[in-house]
Ligand binder design. Sequence first.
Ligand SMILES: C[S@@+](CC[C@H](N)C(=O)[O-])C[C@H]1O[C@@H](n2cnc3c(N)ncnc32)[C@H](O)[C@@H]1O
Length: 215
Amino acid sequence: MPFYRDHIYPQLVKVLGDPKPIREVRERIVPLAEGRVLEIGVGPGVNFVHYDAVRVTKVYALEPNAGMIRLAERQRRRTTVDITFIGLPGEQIPLEDRSVDTVLSTFTLCTIPGVVEALRGVRRVLKPSGKLIFFEHGLSPDPRVRRWQEWSEPIPHWLFEGCHVTRDIPSLIEQSGFRIEQMETAYLAGFPKSWTHCWWGTAIPHDDNAHLDPR
Ligand SMILES: C[S@@+](CC[C@H](N)C(=O)[O-])C[C@H]1O[C@@H](n2cnc3c(N)ncnc32)[C@H](O)[C@@H]1O
């Protein structure tokens, strides 16, 4: 439904996507970004105000939904950071190999249909010294919550345009050529536990040649 996707869904994400406990984590992790940054699925642009304008030289704001970009344009005016929108999905990152210092993803890896493909693209564009900052929700370790997640998944999937609450995001990150450096986890925000099992932290690319014998 194009009207829902382009108008209602962006408003829904704007209104529900940044309650206090989530904003507090954004305030801690977004300032870790530095240099040239790629943010995937920027949505209504709530992260923009949290970038450290001294450390960040450029943000490529990738977002395939034009309704989201309209909202994010307003957030761009609230920061001095240089932000360029890219109206493409995360499976098609149009940047050079090893060209960015930081990739930021917040509540996007749950929604991208080709999540593994997108993560491989993230790995490709990150410099070897770069960092993926993530803040995502998904599969709970608690079997009771998991059952609810499996049962209720069609609801967030419909409401939030393809959102999955049963993705094991840390495993997907690790399977895509990253090592998780640090990670915290908790149920955040006043929604059902099945929708709010969150992880946030940083991951770094594996050394491509680490498996080679140096002799
Ligand atoms: C739940 S919203 C999160 C928005 C924002 N990152 C935040 O933290 O509030 C998920 C976002 O992923 C975007 N999205 C959906 N499919 C995508 C894809 N294939 N590639 C990149 N982003 C996508 C949606 O348009 C939406 O803006």
